[in-house]
Design a protein around this ligand. Sequence first.
Ligand code: 5AD
Ligand code: SF4
Length: 419
Amino acid sequence: MNVRDSEHIIAELKEKENYELTQDIGEADLILINTCSVREKPVHKLFSEVGAFEKAKKAGAKIGVCGCTASHLGSEIFKKAPYVDFVLGARNISKITTAVNTPKFVSTDINYDESDYAFGEFRGSPFKSYINISIGCDKKCTYCIVPHTRGDEISIPMSLILSEAKKAADSGAKEIFLLGQNVNNYGKRFSNAHEKVDFSDLLVRLSEIDGVERIRFTSPHPLHMDDKFLEVFSKNPKICKSMHMPLQSGNTKVLREMKRGYTKEWFLDRALKLRSLAPDVSISTDIIVAFPGESDDEFADTMDVIEKVRFEQIFSFKYSPRPLTKAAEFGNQIPENVASARLTHLQNRHNEILDEIVKAQNGKIFDVYFEELRANGGVAGRSFNNFLVQVQGSEELLGKTLKVKVDNPKRMVLYGNLA
Ligand code: 5AD
Ligand code: SF4
């Protein structure tokens, strides 16, 4: 989502203020940092990074702080880093042109409605197009700062999404990647009158666009994975067979304290139904270990779900108390050494599972959409079910979808040859 926000900012500055991108910090007239605040570590990094920018920048160059940390710290950022010129929250990026022209501009309003703002055109990759389908999140999970930095959820009008997808397809991007905090809640609230649609309807409409060959999205919420959604996901031939299912915890009591809205059994039922409807699907997840009060037995439930679902990919984190969140006030915060031990245990076991999954890919043939030149001379792309696959080759493969036979599968990359 931050990548897409950065693309929107770049588009606005190029089209309305005549800026051009540079990677040379000494040449830049404006240095922007787009921040995350979901865990504490990136917030600390912000201040060391802007300090380094201040030293490296040319005289008179401006520094702007954007994104979720901008939303939650606001003008506090000037106190710690007085050389910062403006602060623009994650829900206020349409004001970037005002920000660059107004000394000490601060805008962090989380009620601000950007849902039907038509941003300019800029994409980092010609091969795929990120498209926002909603802003904000209504869920208020007790550990999560996002609803406090991105505000309540508003869906973007379907006509805007369809026209962005058409434009992307016309320019040759075969893949669209839909973005939202909670994509399968799409259609719950629009800021203006709108026909009744849900996420499954949106997926079907997008799949009818000529030139759109692959549709991906993130993140769906396990609670909203109803049968209609799983059916559309599994049957529609343009929807990539890779699902992110953020588990967070495998224990029903912990899930209740996190306010996730589902039980261990519901999650397992949905994941296993998905595997039976779409046997090639790869499922990824997010897991938080050592949520306040999590006992060894409760953590064992998380491990049990890992054994049963055998996720193709896991993003795992130690719980990090965040300002403005309910869980930060809970008693029973778990000691650091226990949290680290749980994280290591989970990651080690998952690596074993992953090694088995990866080994089983040997000899398989995948349709790979090539989109990236690799530093070691290869060309890489994603299989329909989201494995990163690499072959020897050059630019001429980019933008093509070709069959690859895997003969050397590794954890991060499946190596193979054009079939
Ligand atoms: N501590 C640790 N991990 C967190 N996440 C969100 N908030 C926290 C927190 N306070 C994780 C969740 C989420 C992912 C984007 O970041 O797993 O799905
Ligand atoms: Fe945060 Fe929960 Fe919303 Fe995801 S669904 S952004 S974890 S509040």
